[in-house]
Design a protein around this ligand. Sequence first.
Ligand SMILES: Cc1cc2nc3c(=O)[nH]c(=O)nc-3n(C[C@H](O)[C@H](O)[C@H](O)COP(=O)(O)OP(=O)(O)OC[C@H]3O[C@@H](n4cnc5c(N)ncnc54)[C@H](O)[C@@H]3O)c2cc1C
Length: 431
Amino acid sequence: MAWDFQTDPEFQVELDWIDRFVRTEVEPLDHVLGSPWNIHDPRFKQLVKPLQAQVKARKLWACHLGPELGGAGYGQVRLALINEILGRSLFGPIVFGCQAPDSGNGEILAHYGTPAQKQRYLQPLLDGDIVSCFAMTEPQGGADPAVFTTQAVRDGDDWVLSGEKWFASNARYAAFFIVMAVTDKTVSVYEGMSMFIVPAEAPGVHIIRNVGIADDPAATHAYLSFENVRVPASDMLGAPGQAFVVAQVRLGGGRVHHAMRVIGQAQKALDALCERSLSRSTQGSRLADKQMVQEKIADSWIELEQFRLLVMRTAWRIDHYQDYKRVRKDIAAVKAIMPKVLHDIAARALHVHGSLGVSEEMPFTGYIVRSFQMGLADGPTEVHKVTVAKQLLRDYQPCDELFPDYHRPTAAARAREKYADVLAGLSELEP
Ligand SMILES: Cc1cc2nc3c(=O)[nH]c(=O)nc-3n(C[C@H](O)[C@H](O)[C@H](O)COP(=O)(O)OP(=O)(O)OC[C@H]3O[C@@H](n4cnc5c(N)ncnc54)[C@H](O)[C@@H]3O)c2cc1C
């Protein structure tokens, strides 16, 4: 009997410290600083660096990493509990050295980088001295890699990249990009794309423009162009044609880490919903006493707990199998449901806060926009639902009892036949 929903007391001490630290020191930064990835901002150096030093001293820095890379090697279940708290603040992940896309890019470099690449890119990334960018999506489409046209052509000891990328997060602050490009047009993109490290200062890399999210100019996603950008052959990550194999190293973990942080945001919205309901009175009673508000609170808690359990179970399965492929359905399910959970809870909290709810002093409009981002970044919800269904159908074992084969009696017909005598006796007794 191995089911267990408890946190061991020693780790709970760490979680309590993280919770206090994030609420008092980190959450306020969301209201005064711009992008968490703008590590070049002097205010970042003044306000964020000292907090990062405290996290390092507490040995909680980069907890997503194994001990060989300087992390605590906590595994995904413990990471989920930490990320729930970090998700409460935009600055939580960067203060703890586990922000996307750098965490995933670091994992790629750790798996596929040469010693020289690790020294040049991975170490400063792990130390928090640089940030990075992952460029896969193209202007003509992100959900369908078959339309990708950015290409890399071999020229002597180099590859020469040309093409455009779209919505590459934090490119303007990044020291390097990890870029996917077609290296063999004669096969499908899944066998013909390769992954490259491109330094931001490489000649031919241009930011055409930076795009903000909704009314938040701090969040920047770049429209990039690569104009005959020359990279040495050694800067290919993995073998030629392996881009999607390499990408899975970051996408599997990245998706579930987003979900862990979304729990924190949804919990913050639910906390606010409860607080508002208890503190606001109208028409003779507290909001908390009105059944339509109670329904909002109950639905929010139930949906959040369902989601949290799915995320925790997925984290447990990743730790257990150590193989993202075996947990693909679970990760896709978490990714697909995450936007709706965040959206619905944030929308209820916003509504119960009245006019204050739509104001920029509350996080709800931001959460609602973020719920849509979560439904797009790392692939649209529809694509992940298709993955869930395909995996379910692939593993489905036809069950003889229920199989709707009209040439054989169904389970219902067989049951009636089996108990025909009893049923006949009963009908004789009927008036
Ligand atoms: C906040 C944010 C950050 C991002 N950061 C990065 C980044 O750092 N690097 C990067 O490379 N990309 C990044 N992206 C891009 C992201 O990967 C793409 O937005 C995503 O893959 C969808 O591609 P698209 O935007 O071109 O939409 P499209 O591919 O045009 O899809 C639009 C819509 O069509 C529908 N659709 C698509 N496919 C299907 C289908 N098979 N079945 C049914 N409906 C479908 C869906 O409703 C989908 O939302 C980011 C996106 C966001 C929102």
